[in-house]
Design a binder for this molecule. Structure first.
Ligand code: FES
Length: 132
């Protein structure tokens, strides 16, 4: 696998390899995890432990945009909870994250790889409409 080769087949680069692999394929299938484990000579259990620990790794293909809503304090203080409730109540599939590094412009949301600030319910709806 070229991605492992790029990282010199080093087990220490597992996280980077998983990110690069997910970026290429959209998610991490069982088959690709087995291949990575074999190449890096590490156990499948170790890989599954890493993949299940980090929310950023997906085991299934993504069906819509990847929405991450910041639930940390600075964003909570300016409407983050209401935004998360709106997302939940309107069926938006989102992931809770704890700080997107955009604290001064909360509530912060990341849609796919793009960061958005001062997001309220209306802005979230508009951003998601742009994705469809
Ligand atoms: S607290 Fe939300 S981006 Fe930092």
């Amino acid at each position: 696998m070229k991605i492992c080769t790029k990282h010199k087949d080093q087990p220490d680069a597992l996280i980077e390899i998983l990110h690069d692999t997910q970026h290429k394929f959209g998610y991490l299938s069982n088959a690709v995890l087995v291949e990575i484990a074999d190449i890096l000579n590490i156990s499948r259990a170790d890989i599954h432990g890493i993949v299940s620990f980090y929310d950023d790794f997906r085991r299934e293909p993504q069906t819509g945009p990847c929405v991450k809503i910041c639930r940390a304090e600075a964003c909570q203080a300016v409407g983050g909870e209401a935004l998360a409730d709106h997302a939940k109540n309107t069926g938006v599939e989102s992931h809770d994250v704890y700080c997107l590094g955009n604290c001064a412009l909360g509530p912060a949301v990341m849609i796919d790889d793009k960061l958005h600030g001062r997001v309220d319910a209306q802005k979230l709806d508009a951003l998601l409409k742009e994705c469809t």
